[in-house]
Ligand binder design. Structure first.
Ligand SMILES: Cc1cc2nc3c(=O)[nH]c(=O)nc-3n(C[C@H](O)[C@H](O)[C@H](O)COP(=O)(O)O)c2cc1C
Length: 194
């Protein structure tokens, strides 16, 4: 599969089955994240792989309403970083940007391997930090929920969630997110904030 095919194949499906967990799989995903670019090569990302049954049960307790579908996954990756771990240039803080890129590499590799890798922000960060013993100065930016796509749609999903299993949620049109610099560019960029 080409990178573009993997990008197209990636979807945030919520109907999941558990997967066989192996050291090879975890290393493979970690190695892809490891190769991401970062400001001054600071590599601010940390990934905590949760596969242990009792830890998973605790993680399920930290989920927000609407994320019960996560309980079908047996691999949760906590994506962790901190402001001080990466470049800060004036008001530009790079830790979220760089960690996001590394996470995207991990997610695309999972997709290439035929898995679903679904990022979520709907969790209680304080509880997750306690469960995983994450130092207080760091942030748990997201959890990535990994599983196999189930053949049948999870009947516990909401109507909106069921709709997005069938069809990818709509994207903004290209003309509202991409701008070509030319003599009209100032007008184009203003439109971006309309
Ligand atoms: C930072 C972030 C947070 C998200 N949080 C949740 C979440 O808490 N629960 C959920 O079901 N999906 C969550 N999603 C998934 C998005 O809803 C999904 O990516 C979006 O609707 C586009 O669908 P697609 O990824 O299948 O193209 C999140 C995605 C991102 C990137």
């Amino acid at each position: 599969m080409s990178v573009k095919q993997v990008i197209i194949q990636r979807r945030a499906y919520r109907s999941l089955d558990p997967i066989p967990i192996s050291t090879e799989l975890l290393n493979d995903l970690a190695e892809c994240a490891q190769l991401a670019p970062s400001c001054f090569n600071k590599q601010p990302w940390r990934f905590v792989f949760v596969t242990d049954r009792s830890q998973l049960e605790k993680m399920y307790q930290a989920l927000s309403t609407g994320n019960d579908w996560v309980r079908r996954s047996n691999l949760i990756v906590a994506v962790v970083s901190g402001r001080e771990m990466d470049c800060v240039i004036g008001e530009r803080e790079y830790f979220l940007f760089d960690t996001g890129m590394a996470n995207a590499f991990l997610m695309l590799r999972a997709t290439e391997l035929g898995l679903v890798a679904h990022p979520i922000a709907g969790f209680d960060e304080a509880r997750v930090k306690e469960i995983l013993a994450i130092p207080s100065e760091l942030q748990v930016i997201a959890l990535v929920i990994i599983g196999a796509r189930a053949e049948k749609i999870n009947p516990e999903l909401s109507p909106r969630q069921i709709a997005s299993e069938k069809q990818r949620p709509e994207r903004l049109p290209l003309e509202s997110l991409v701008f070509l610099i030319n003599s009209n560019h100032q007008r184009a960029i203003r439109r971006c904030y309309d």
